[in-house]
Design a protein around this ligand. Structure first.
Ligand SMILES: [Zn+2]
Length: 89
């Protein structure tokens, strides 16, 4: 058995991803990749003056997340400032 036998197309994760991203996110607990602080997302600082929405850590002000709505209706979510997210299912 090699790696190709173990690998699935990302579409196979559709059910799992819909469970993860269909929950109330403001009560989810995030851990900041910058300082390691853990807070609910509702405690983050939201800035709407940029081309998109920017959420910053309430502890160190590092960027946690950027969300940009594209003119054609798409959405881009950048999460590199969050080490992990814990949510209720
Ligand atoms: Zn932080």
């Amino acid at each position: 058995m090699d790696d190709a036998d173990l690998r699935l197309d990302g579409n196979a994760a559709a059910g799992l991803l819909s469970e993860i991203f269909a929950v109330e996110m403001t009560t989810a607990t995030e851990t900041c990749a910058g300082c390691g602080a853990t807070n609910v997302l509702a405690a983050a600082q939201l800035y709407m003056q940029a081309p998109g929405a920017v959420l910053r850590c309430p502890n160190c002000t590092a960027v946690l997340m950027c969300v940009v709505q594209l003119p054609n209706g798409g959405l881009v979510v950048e999460l590199s400032g969050i080490r992990s997210i814990r949510m209720s299912t």
